[in-house]
Ligand binder design. Sequence first.
Ligand SMILES: *Cc1c(COP(=O)(O)O)cnc(C)c1O
Length: 400
Amino acid sequence: MSDYFKSVPNREGFFGNYGGAMLPPPLEPHFAEIRAAYDKLSKSADYLHELRYIRKHFQGRPTPISYLKNLSEAAGGAQIYAKREDLNHTGAHKLNHCMAEGLLAKFMGKTKLIAETGAGQHGVALATAAAYFGMECEIHMGEVDMAKEAPNVTRMKLLGATVVPVGEGAKTLKEAVDSAFGSYIAQADHALFGIGSVVGPHPFPMMVRDFQKVVGIESREQFMEMTGELPDIVAACVGGGSNAMGLFSGFIDDEGVALYGVEPMGTSSKLGDHAATLTYGVDGAIHGFATKVLLDKNGEPAPVNTLASGLDYPGVGPEHAYLQGTGRVTYTSADDKESLEAFYELSRREGIIPALESAHAVAFAMREAKNHPGKSILINLSGRGDKDIDFVTETYGFGE
Ligand SMILES: *Cc1c(COP(=O)(O)O)cnc(C)c1O
């Protein structure tokens, strides 16, 4: 499609020094099978045709771009636009890769999807895909997260998924990953593991990026149609980095478009208070691939904390670590306070309640708008905020 996508990753899944696949031996043949299937399918007209049909008739794509007139006026300076992934079915960009993973499983003859989930967003999207394809679905979730995110547990069950409570250790995401992988090893002959972002062993960072490219491809075309130009600045929040890679993909070969990834700075820059992996992390490995990681003093993945649980990850997609190194993307951050303010502002001024994750990108746009009069900023509104309204109003009220 473009020079950039022919350049990375290489055959082994490396984006420069980052990526690759460090797998437990029992999983090696299964990942070889996934790589071979994806190589074949990504060039198959039948697969691409069915994926296009699903995007249009089930997900409701293309999602629009909205010009945020009131927010732009209030911020003062640049014109702010948003790609409306909150209008994608299930309310976030995650369904873009979950439907494609489900379709891959179908073409591979698998009958089951397995994954872990933290806040439950990925679990809900994957359970949706499983229902659509008539597959079984098994989602592993820490008991602490299950109590915190009860509505998502209900959703997954309504969608027909089995939710496996994980009671080991801290009973959150890391333990859920271990539990899900253990279960997958035993069932890999008939199940596919559905990774929830541009992370994990090769080929997942590449596949999930490819599945999210639709966001960037649509955006470039829509923005040109709306304004006759390309945006000056394109920005997205970065947890694992899938919604950002999706949007960036549309503009990565356009040298005049500045790309910004916005990490969560939480409550402070102290280790444990944030999840700004590219800002403060070091070269290391996590969950089977090389990337930047936040490590504690024992060299273990550090605890992370942000208002937006979908951004809570002490690692990051390897392609982002690579793009930081090449300088093509600039990584910056927004903290809890300014993201919460952006959550209220977008709700009140535009009638759009954003996910707390997406509010980090909104905060960036509001802050940067002042510095770029006459320019345009396009952000990815990765998801809607319905999931966050109880937490926000019970904890912080309704804003002033
Ligand atoms: C999960 C999630 C994110 C973070 O994931 P990325 O892979 O970094 O995109 C961002 N926004 C929403 C709405 C999410 O649900």
